[in-house]
Design a protein around this ligand. Structure first.
Ligand code: ADP
Ligand code: ZN
Ligand code: MG
Length: 481
């Protein structure tokens, strides 16, 4: 029997505010331990949380960017549990009435359309951090840093719409691109700004009911997500194939061992005894304000992909590639507009330009060959003034010197030889110098033609117009004199 995997993700993203969700403490990463704390985020008795308006705005931005409906009323609740990094004994989160519901993220992967439903987006506070390593007495003691306590988060819960580890990793990357594009998250996974819990089950192909799921907690890299899912799917499939059953549990990914390991089972799962937070009123948002937040969102990657495809007639893969980064897309569009050849512009941006940027380790903003300058080069190629192979050299010189394509072509005499008179002489020379090739061609071995074209291209350092050379050669050879 064949099995398929079902995957749903729960993503925690830190909202990019300067201050925490319920107090004025700084959210800056990397400060000395316990220097960004106050009675509110330390959970002292008798203090009141005050909701940070910027957190709400960023949460709404994220929700709208994920295609969700923002609820006019959402409610904060206490999620009760004991853990040393949670001094209050509860986390303030949203539970029954979240900030936003019912979104959707679509993207293409290897030319295939994918869509992932978003169940909900809610606001919550982060807990502190337990430090189990790095101290002389770490074998006996755990240290606590509360700088992170009260840092604002959104939790994004997807529907179980994903079927493959690679698609899950791709989705997580696209989600990161969306969140960073709208400025709600800094995308820094190493600092824990973005992390994900992966839920996965298997079931026989054709079965519509969901299998028992396992949750793999706290994954902070795309590669780990993919590897953890691959491992889990193999493990679960082997289990059910062997007649066993998957236990519902929470597991952790051990990247060194390349495997997941059980953390706690369903029986140990928490009963959080949620109840509405008595110190915070329900969050009420006006429709007009939500609309104005929506209107301030920039174009998102998937919308940009569709637009590039439609407006410039690009193949889907090219449009998807260019759409990923807004600056690259803008550079491409400026080039295409200036030269009027979108496909050529796409080729140059994805190929030579990107190669050069990678080699130099710089971003598009530091590139001195501007869109106009690249457009000029493309124009010279398209008009036949510069041959395709010469164009690469011209581009290299533009990159190195910052001079324009025209200047370089003029100064270094690189323009294409497209004059039949000038080429005729070269063709005659080549025929005289290569009697063997001529004989082979006339004996019906047409491959000899390519050889002769190559000789002439080399003799002219690539400057001859290869199509013209080809036709002049044919004309001469077929004349049979
Ligand atoms: P829980 O109550 O355990 O938190 P939820 O229904 O809230 O479960 O779902 C949590 C996440 O797990 C969601 O992303 C959801 O898509 C995913 N999920 C739920 N059931 C399954 C399943 N059987 N297999 C894979 N993923 C699942
Ligand atoms: Zn504080
Ligand atoms: Mg849940």
């Amino acid at each position: 029997m064949d099995y398929e995997a079902v995957i749903g993700l729960e993503i925690h993203a830190q909202l990019a505010t300067d201050t925490k969700i319920f107090c004025g403490c700084s959210t800056r990463f990397g400060a000395p331990a316990n220097t960004h704390v106050c009675p509110v985020c330390l959970g002292m008795p008798g203090v009141l949380p005050v909701l940070n308006a910027r957190v709400v705005e960023l949460g709404v931005r994220a929700a709208l960017a994920l295609g969700c409906t923002v609820q006019p009323v959402s409610v904060f609740a206490r999620k009760n549990y004991f853990y040393p990094d949670l001094p209050k004994g509860y986390q303030i989160s949203q539970y029954e009435e979240p900030l936003a519901t019912d979104g959707r993220v679509s993207f293409t992967m290897a030319g295939e359309e994918h869509a992932v439903g978003i169940v909900r987006v809610h606001l919550e506070e982060d807990a502190g951090k337990s430090l189990h390593e790095g101290f002389t007495d770490s074998a006996r003691s755990t240290y606590l840093d509360f700088n992170r306590s009260g840092v604002p988060l959104i939790e994004i819960v997807t529907r179980p719409d994903l079927r493959a580890p690679a698609a899950a990793a791709e989705f997580f990357q696209r989600l990161r691109a969306i969140l960073t594009a709208v400025g709600v998250n800094d995308g820094n996974m190493e600092e824990g700004s973005l992390r994900c819990d992966a839920n996965v089950s298997v079931r026989p192909v054709g079965e519509t009911r969901l299998g028992t799921k396992v949750e793999v907690k706290n994954i902070n890299s795309f590669r780990f997500l993919q590897r953890a899912l691959e491992f889990e799917i193999d493990r679960q499939t082997d289990l059910v194939r062997g007649g066993g059953a998957v236990a519902q549990e929470t597991r952790l990914w051990n990247s060194a061992a390349g495997r997941t390991a059980s953390m706690r089972s369903k029986e140990e799962a928490h009963d959080y005894r949620y109840f509405p937070e008595p110190d915070l009123p329900p969050l009420r948002l006006e429709a007009e304000w939500i609309e104005s937040v929506g209107a301030s969102l920039p174009e998102l990657p998937d919308a940009r992909r569709r637009r590039l495809k439609a407006e410039h007639g690009l193949p889907d893969q090219d449009a998807a590639w260019l759409a990923r980064a807004p600056e690259m897309a803008a550079y491409f569009e400026a080039t295409a507009a200036a030269c009027g050849h979108p496909r050529a512009a796409s080729h140059w941006v994805q190929g030579p330009l990107t190669h050069r940027m990678k080699a130099a380790g710089i971003g598009i903003d530091a590139v001195r060959v501007g869109a106009e300058a690249l457009a000029e080069l493309i124009g010279l190629v398209e008009s036949g003034a510069v041959s395709g192979s010469m164009a690469k050299d011209v581009f290299e010189r533009m990159w190195e010197t910052g001079r324009s394509a025209r200047e370089i072509v003029h100064a270094e005499n690189l323009s294409q030889i497209g004059d039949a008179g000038a080429l005729s002489a070269l063709v005659d020379e080549a025929l005289a110098a290569q009697p063997d090739a001529v004989a082979r061609y006339r004996a019906g071995r047409t491959g000899a033609l390519g050889f002769l074209v190559g000789r002439i291209m080399r003799a002219t350092r690539g400057q001859a117009n290869p199509r013209l050379v080809d036709s002049l050669l044919r004309e001469r050879l077929d004349r049979n004199d």
